[in-house]
Design a protein. Structure first.
Length: 173
């Protein structure tokens, strides 16, 4: 059975020639983002998308796709998830590789004493440190996804345990 994996999420348009920024969700962007590469999309009606151009500008990947040659066309792709299936060369899952956003979405967020404080609504993958975006009753907060602050992720109970420093959950409010 084939399984799909998220490699990027399309962000905002860049410039006037149809390029878009992407939030990278792969550990091999140079291998994944090559002109001619084709991606299944979510939502499916936006794809498949075939890559025509790739460049990095100030640390951000900018991608161009066939049939999307201006800013208006690029804007129509905003929020699209670019996917590949496991038959396209995605290696077997490595437990040391880290978490993917789709693994964590909807997990309950609790403090070490068991009090529920919110729900995971996004994972922001960053070069230095990933961030969990947590929806709390008072708004959203970005939480550094490091062992000192997130000592446990329990897949079975779909729970993320936080041991935040004072004020961390209030910073995003």
């Amino acid at each position: 059975m084939s399984q799909t994996f998220l490699v990027a999420r399309v962000g905002k348009p860049h410039g006037l020639r149809g390029e878009v920024t992407v939030q990278v969700h792969t550990d091999d962007p140079t291998g994944r983002f090559e002109p001619g590469a084709s991606f299944v999309t979510d939502p499916p009606e936006r794809g498949p998308l075939t890559l025509t151009t790739v460049r990095v500008h100030q640390g951000t990947y900018l991608l161009g796709f066939e049939g999307h040659t201006d800013r208006t066309a690029a804007e129509s792709l905003r929020g699209t998830r670019l996917l590949v299936d496991d038959e396209a060369g995605v290696p077997d899952e490595d437990p040391d590789e880290g978490w993917r956003e789709e693994d964590l979405l909807g997990f309950s967020v609790v403090l070490t004493d068991g009090r529920r404080v919110g729900e995971v609504i996004a994972l922001h993958v960053r070069p230095v440190q990933d961030l969990l975006e947590v929806r709390t009753p008072a708004g959203t907060s970005l939480v550094p996804f490091v062992e000192e602050i997130v000592p446990e992720v329990d897949e079975e109970s779909r729970t993320v345990v936080l041991d935040p420093p004072p004020g961390l959950l209030e910073l995003g409010e």
